[in-house]
Design a protein around this ligand. Structure first.
Ligand code: F6R
Length: 609
């Protein structure tokens, strides 16, 4: 998704903006641009493509200490230089309507839904548009309303706008940057006589750990060595300065070829961080959840993508261990019907970023209807984490790889803790052995990671396959979905995840000697059933890849493509079993020469609907 960075301080701004954009690259983008303000003149550079290409142009501009920059992930208008941000008003003198106006430059994240209507009005008034974007209406609107005060012009423009925005605005006549948000994240990094604004704390981190999160309908005005925060009515808003707990080295690759591989290997440690302090010496689960579960009749989990897969596992765990009824919904579907939710329901939203637009919208809808809300979130201070009634942070550390890996295993760990917490609230007794097994989980994931070289050999064998099927049952069905998603998003190989027993109702028609079928067949309560499914695929010439519990030799007559994982209790299997599938997807994509941290068309944090 788009990224914003803006700086006002004493230093040369171009390298700071470029470094910030590089930190935002992981979010996914197709073009980039900068605009600097120097002695009343705006100078800009834009490229279609990589920030490294923009860097040469940006560093060639006259040095300045005020600037804004952007990475664009195309929504309206194809990725090209003209559609890249910043967008400008009409260049001075080009049109009578704006001849006496200063130059305005805007970078924008979000979508302006009524841009066509606004554009028509502005064009009738003489404004000349050059791009195909929705964002360009903002620069023209601000230009239209400019009468010597940039803040006022921004507010007047934003009041006409429908949709979502995080924006940073420069004006050639004023030494300031005006930033505003509604529905698109913005964080302010507070330095010594210098301040930086970004759409993502990761870009602020190398600069300062002191941050201020702003809410919807608030704006930041950066002036020399200072900042102020106001609402759109012009009233000052009191804010606390928070401290980011992540360190700058956590967003380095640390010798790994890709962030994704580093994050796969970080899982033992990340899971330990999710567990830390949450199981006491008497095996009581400690979660700071301020919700009376005696009043909760039903839990509805909403999430997107990989987080939705962990939600499916959460349903199994909570229903099995705690006996609560759980529904799982795609956040994007939930809000576009009339969901039956209200008092007595708990909406649980799962999101790594805490910024996914559909998840946020679903949360707001459920809150408005009277449901209690709980979040399982990784990014501290993110919008969702600030809007839920209570939350469980993952403490997984920053996840930079676009394909989610460690966030998934930590989400499932957090869901397991939640299920056990709810079970204990209901007075259910959980065995000591269960807790011992949870404490062993990081070690078991560590052992599983040792399979990486063996999985690489399988990747070499199957890298040219055009399709894959992943099959699992029970708790391993969402694992099959997750394995298939990982493969398709980073290797561009078509892959389907299915409940193994459903295979006979359709997908089996696809099975032939060209089709690898990955079975998640570790020893759980559905084991014997899934072996029959494996026989069925083998009988039709399909190429079986089997994920089995250690020392299980029972399918060696069906396949030599076997991955063994440590034995563990059923409830922990989804975490352990997903790791080899992450590695299989990674190795295949890497062998294909794909930049797995920046897969095409994908964005890390989907902040538009
Ligand atoms: C897949 C992936 C996405 C995200 C989804 C939700 O590897 O990363 O499917 O899981 O966009 O993102 P969050 O969890 O940030 O709400």
């Amino acid at each position: 998704m788009c990224g914003i960075i803006a700086y006002f301080g004493k230093k040369n701004v171009a390298p700071i903006l470029i470094d910030g954009l590089k930190k935002l690259e992981y979010r996914g983008y197709d073009s980039a641009g900068v605009c600097l303000l120097n002695n009343g003149k705006l100078q800009s550079a834009k490229v279609k493509g990589r920030v490294s290409e923009l860097e040469k142009l940006a560093l060639g501009l006259n040095p300045a200490n005020i600037g804004i920059a952007h990475t664009r992930w195309a929504t309206h208008g194809e990725p090209n230089e003209v559609n890249a941000h910043p967008h400008f008003g009409c260049p001075a003198g080009r049109d009578p309507a704006t001849r006496d106006k200063p130059e305005i430059a805007v970078v924008h994240n979000g979508i302006i839904e009524n841009y066509s209507a606004l554009k028509e009005i502005l064009e009738r008034e003489g404004h000349i548009f050059v791009s195909k974007t929705d964002s360009e209406v903002l620069s023209h609107l601000i230009e239209k309303f400019y009468d010597g005060n940039l803040e006022n012009a921004v507010v007047k423009a934003l009041k006409l706008v429908e949709g979502t925005f995080g924006i940073a605005v420069l004006c050639s006549k004023e030494n300031k940057i005006v930033v505003a948000r509604k529905g698109s994240p913005i964080v302010l990094g507070v330095g010594e006589e210098e301040n930086i604004v970004a759409s993502d704390a990761v870009a602020v981190l190398p600069f300062t750990k002191k941050v201020v999160y702003i809410n919807d309908n608030e704006m930041i005005v950066l002036t020399e060595g200072n900042y102020s925060i106001k609402n759109f009515e012009g009233q000052a808003v009191e804010k606390v300065i928070d401290e980011i707990k992540w360190t700058a080295t956590e967003i380095e690759k640390k010798g790994f070829k890709h962030f994704m591989l580093k994050e796969i290997f970080e899982q033992p440690n990340a899971i330990e961080n999710t567990l830390r302090g949450r199981i006491d010496s008497e095996n009581k689960i400690k979660l700071s959840i301020d919700i009376d579960f005696n009043l909760i009749k039903r839990i509805v989990i909403v999430a997107c993508g990989t987080s939705w897969h962990s939600a499916l596992i959460g349903k199994y765990l909570i229903e099995k261990l705690a006996g609560f009824s759980v529904d799982v919904d795609y956040a994007s579907e939930f809000r576009y019907r009339n969901p039956i939710i209200g008092t007595g329901d708990l909406l649980l939203v799962i999101s790594q970023s805490g910024e996914t637009a559909d998840a946020l919208a679903a949360l707001r809808e459920a809150k408005a209807k009277g449901a209690k809300t709980l979040g399982i979130i990784n990014v501290v201070g993110s919008t969702i984490s600030r809007e839920v009634d209570s939350g469980i942070y993952l403490h997984a550390g920053p996840e930079i790889g676009v394909a989610s890996t460690k966030a998934f295993s930590c989400q499932v760990t957090a869901l397991l803790l939640l299920a056990l917490y709810l079970a204990q609230q209901k007075g259910k007794v959980i065995s000591k052995e269960f807790f011992d097994d949870i404490r062993d989980l990081p070690q078991k994931v560590e052992e599983t990671l040792k399979q990486s070289d063996k999985i690489l050999l399988l990747a070499e064998k199957f890298e040219d396959s055009k399709n894959f099927i992943y099959l699992g049952r029970g708790l391993n069905f969402p694992v099959a979905l997750e394995g298939a998603l990982k493969l398709k998003e980073i290797s561009y190989i078509h892959a389907e995840g299915y409940p193994a027993a459903e295979m006979k109702h359709g997908p089996i028609a696809l099975v032939d000697s060209e089709m690898p079928v990955v079975f998640i067949a570790t020893k759980d309560s559905t084991y014997s059933k899934i072996l029959s499914n494996m026989e069925e695929v083998h009988a039709r010439g399909g190429q079986v890849i089997a994920l089995l519990s250690e020392t299980d030799n029972s399918v060696s007559n069906l396949t030599e493509n076997i991955i063994m994982v440590p034995k563990c209790r059923e409830e922990l299997m989804p975490i352990i079993n997903t790791v080899p599938l992450q590695l299989l997807a990674y190795h295949i994509a890497n062998l294909k020469g794909i930049d797995v941290d920046k897969p095409k068309n994908l964005a890390k944090s989907v902040t538009v609907e």
